[in-house]
Design a protein around this ligand. Sequence first.
Ligand code: URA
Length: 198
Amino acid sequence: MQLTLDLLKEKLTVWQGCDLAKTANAVLGEGNPHARIMFIGEAPGQREDELKRPFVGAAGKFLDELLTSIGLKREDVYISNVVKFRPPNNRDPEPIEKEQCMPWLMLEIAFVCPTVIVPLGRHSLGHFFPQKTITQAHGKPFKLTYSIHSKNSGQANSGEAEEITIFPIYHPAAALHNGNLRSSLQSDFRALGEFLKK
Ligand code: URA
């Protein structure tokens, strides 16, 4: 059977492999299935849970502004989350919840096959570089040999390792009420824009 993002979404909707699925709607990533760049946040919030779409609340509006500032639209990129269900009261996801939901993110990465991944915040950064902190790593590109990667051919994946770029950025929600983080995010996006031009 051909793998499509619609099929992944359908499967995620009935999946019960994480306890959060008992209390929240499934929210898969969305965007351009051929995107060169993929943004990965933490977990859906209230608005995302209601609309079953990633980054559609206040943090999402700020993310849209940041994308526009470097000439990108949501349709150009793919946007997803580590955890696919809203944690109660927007608490931090537990390690077990991140682990249980990880196969979905891996499938999305294998499907979209981006060359640049932008982890938004520490939960997402932790998947790629468990030893790095977002405070040290934000706004800079890092090379990573990542083993789940395949061409967007409808096949699950070829299992080949490829070198991708990880460009961590603070989570837009963290910057909503903090002016310093806001300007840090804006300048990190400028750096990302310059990097993408190369
Ligand atoms: N915060 C996230 O990490 N993801 C969303 O989809 C919305 C807010």
